[in-house]
Design a protein around this ligand. Structure first.
Ligand code: D41
Length: 788
């Protein structure tokens, strides 16, 4: 075979493979190869096409993105008009529609009482376009425009990955115009907006606007970067034959590689249509894209033809809209609420408005940054949105409607509940050896438990089921206890007397005794529950568990330096600072003291004990030095210092010559300068000392690992494991010294293959490697005293 012949064959094969992968990825959402494989095939095709430019065709996967911007869009006349859709907003309009359909059809007498078959599809909120395929190749894409004339957006639709540049399979009409909606998923929209905001670009109000703005770009290279998607819903001109029902036609389009709705269904009669509408309505907020209703169409094409259209609307189709999620209203005022941690958050008071069937008069504003982002002033007309069960949100303001007496939103200087000072939180970041402090978005009332709002929330949290689990103390009772000054801190709960409780609203003899017992029974919490119950800002149940499990005593948690806390899994510097300053606060210390004092509340914490080995061996000296964030010293240089000097003290005391032996001049100098500052040296030593006090010992990795049974062995995990997650399996193997890799090679020691294992298992058998199923793997672990 000649060079060009074999290259031509390879080009055709690559195109067909890439088309298939593309379809699996963008249409079916189930890719079968990793991105890297796709990229490799793509590059190979590009290289071959560069070698043989005459072999490039417009439907090659390499030709999606054009390279020139247009000055304007050309006008396109639609051969077959793009009709619009009539709307229904209630069930009676749907029954009316069904009656009109039946009335318009010359039904045989025996069909008079039969139900009409309708197709049902969600109504996507994007923009309608028409795609023209000639001999299976996409030759034109056009917007709907006014239905008769649209704009030529061929170069832009070609960049939409789910639109095939040529049809798959065979049997398509020689001319086929596919109509559908170009749209953007909710996730794509969020990503695009985040990206735009970061780069100072224009952000979009909703996915619909984002889709329209992205498709109508004169430069297709911009469109290509936008996460657009397509869904077919009908046909225009056709030369050739197609099935004679709407659903069958769409299913044919799907066979030819065009995306159609996953929720396309047939319904017999209007009642089934209404059931479909309700079902989709319930799933609306969990769909990955926005819809604004359901489109019902008479399924039979002969019937559609018989019904025809009136004005520009087909008599055989209707859009049954969902109630709007967004409405306009006025911002009457902004009030401030105080939360459990003292955060003072703005809440919008709105002129009541019905949104999707519910009267909305409040909306969250999160924090003052949000107020600033929206450019919100009191008196503004705003767009409120209520979706699913989430709290209503203000999406946008309507600037043109701002009254002349609009007022700025101002954060109060003192707490609206207790009058204490309100201060802005600070964000502490440490990088390159410097601590930088920036202003946070949150304002806090400094009143702590002296603030009634914070005290109530703190107690509600303290007694909650996942915290101290004190049953019988409802929010209303807590409010009463606080308002009547019967309690001023969680510790006071344990001092409540029967006589005080029985006087409370809603309490009688039995309920009072029950509450006393519940309080008594809560006195032996686990350490994790107790830490969680304290309500430390940003410390949820998981972090509380990590603290308890790793440090194993309240005393250590209380004393831990922020840097030491960052050695714990998933604890960042910010949370670490929150924890540290919580325990530094003298009022908090008093409350904890009272809770644990045998003379006062007498709480006894369970499972304090040995430090976990996990924490004790969680670092190396190199890792420690790296975490000090010495300017220009990364993990590599830190490791070199560790190897050379063996201890922190060694590094601090090292003379210049030794230092230069370990590191290049610039880094050596940086280390020197860092430790010449006595604060830095003292701080580093204090952290190291505390780590030692907490039982941490530097692992000199090599020595430890060499002694382990699987040291030097590489394992691969594939398929799904049922008894443990892959992460857990990986941890267990690593604890035996093994390395866990992502791909199988001749160097692989053993492969663990669960159900669904594919190419990796095949390769392992090909190479004759040792393969364990999950059961055998568990047995192997058991042999090394590791349980599941
Ligand atoms: O999902 C949609 N937005 C959608 C729009 C749909 N699923 N079906 C539609 N069907 C039609 C007819 C019945 C005229 C073929 C439509 C639209 N039209 C449509 N979209 C914009 C204007 C009309």
């Amino acid at each position: 075979m000649s060079d060009i012949e074999s290259d031509t064959q390879r080009i055709l094969q690559l195109r067909s493979e890439l088309r298939e992968h593309n379809h699996r990825y963008y249409v079916l959402d189930e890719p079968t190869v990793p991105d890297s494989e796709y990229d490799r095939l793509f590059r190979e095709l590009k290289a071959l096409e560069a070698k043989w430019p005459t072999l490039v065709t417009s439907d090659s996967p390499t030709q999606r993105v054009g390279s020139t911007a247009l000055a304007t869009f050309r006008q396109v006349r639609h051969e077959v008009s793009m009709l619009s859709l009539g709307n229904a907003f209630d069930e009676s309009s749907m029954f009316e529609f069904d009656r009109r359909v039946r009335g318009g059809l010359d039904l045989d007498s025996d069909l008079l009482f039969e139900d009409i078959e309708y197709s049902c599809e969600p109504k996507l909120d994007g923009l309608a376009v028409s795609l023209l395929y000639k001999n299976g190749v996409l030759v034109q894409g056009a917007t709907r425009g006014d239905g008769a004339t649209g704009e030529d957006v061929t170069l832009n639709v070609r960049t939409v990955r789910s639109i095939p540049l040529s049809l798959h399979g065979a049997g398509w009409p020689s001319v086929l115009e596919v109509r559908g909606e170009v749209f953007m998923s909710k996730a794509g929209f969020e990503r695009l907006n985040a990206f735009q905001a970061e780069g100072g670009g224009k952000t979009f109000a909703n996915p619909r606007n984002a889709a329209a703005g992205s498709l109508r770009q004169l430069d297709p290279r911009i469109t290509a970067t936008r996460p657009l998607d397509f869904c077919s819903y009908g046909i225009g001109q056709v030369q050739g034959s197609l099935p004679d029902t709407h659903v069958d036609i769409l299913e044919k389009l799907q066979e030819w590689g065009l995306p159609i709705s996953r929720d396309l269904k047939r319904a017999k009669g209007i009642d089934e249509c209404l059931a479909y509408y309700r079902d989709i309505g319930e799933r609306r907020s969990s769909l990955s894209y926005e819809i604004d209703g359901v489109v019902f169409k008479v399924n039979s094409l002969p019937s559609q033809r018989e019904l025809g259209f009136r004005a520009r609307e087909p008599r055989w189709a209707i859009a049954y809209k969902f109630p709007a999620l967004e409405e306009l209203t006025e911002l009457i005022d902004v009030e401030f609420q105080v939360g459990r941690t003292g955060a003072v958050t703005p809440v919008a008071r709105l002129k009541p408005v019905r949104v999707a069937g519910v009267i909305v008069s409040n909306a969250t504003l999160h924090n003052m940054d949000e107020v600033e982002r929206l450019g919100l002033m009191i008196g503004d007309t705003v767009i409120v949105r209520r979706a699913g069960d989430v709290i209503p949100q203000i999406m946008q303001i309507v600037k043109d409607r701002r009254p002349s007496n609009a007022r700025a939103v101002q954060i109060p200087e003192s707490c609206p509940v207790c009058g204490s000072h309100v201060e802005r939180t600070q964000l502490v970041k440490r990088s390159k050896g410097k601590e930088t402090v920036s202003e946070g978005a949150v304002y806090r009332c400094v009143g702590r438990l002296a603030c009634g709002a914070q005290l109530k929330q703190a107690i509600i949290h303290f007694v909650s089921r996942r915290a101290m689990d004190i049953d019988g103390l409802g929010d209303k009772t807590i409010e009463q206890l606080v308002d009547e000054k019967l309690i001023g801190s969680p510790a006071d709960l344990y001092k409540l007397k029967y006589e005080q409780i029985i006087d409370l609203e809603g309490f009688a003899d039995i309920s009072s005794k029950k509450l006393i017992t519940a309080i008594e029974n809560s006195k032996t919490p686990t350490l994790a529950r107790f830490i969680y119950a304290l309500g430390i800002p940003d410390v949820g149940e998981e972090t509380a568990k990590v603290l308890a499990r790793s440090l194993a005593s309240l005393e250590r948690v209380q004393k831990a330096l922020p840097e030491v806390l960052t050695y714990l899994p998933d604890v960042g510097l910010e949370v670490a600072h929150e924890i540290h300053s919580f325990f530094e606060d003298s009022h908090n210390q008093d409350v904890i003291g009272a809770l644990l004092s045998p003379d006062e509340c007498g709480l006894q914490l369970q499972d304090q004990g040995e430090l976990s080995a996990e924490f004790a061996a969680s670092t190396t000296l190199g890792g420690f030095l790296d975490k000090l964030h010495v300017p220009s010293v990364g993990p590599g240089a830190a490791q070199k210092l560790a190897d050379k000097f063996g201890s922190l003290e060694g590094v601090i005391k090292a003379d210049w010559l030794d230092m230069r032996q370990a590191l290049p001049e610039k880094q050596a100098k940086a280390v020197r300068e860092f430790f010449d500052n006595p604060d830095n040296a003292r701080h580093a030593l204090a952290i190291e000392q505390q780590l030692r006090d907490f039982g941490m010992h530097w692992q000199s990795e090599k020595k430890v690992v060499e002694g382990l049974p699987e040291a030097g062995h590489t394992w691969v995990l594939t398929g799904s494991l049922e008894l443990m997650s892959r992460d857990v399996a990986k941890d267990k193997l690593e604890s035996l010294g093994a390395k866990v890799a992502g791909s199988v090679s001749a160097k692989t020691h053993c492969v663990v293959a669960g159900p669904g294992a594919g190419s990796k298992l095949a390769k392992a058998s090909e190479l004759g490697l040792k393969v364990l199923d999950e059961e055998a793997f568990v047995a192997f672990l058991a042999k090394h005293n590791i349980s599941v």
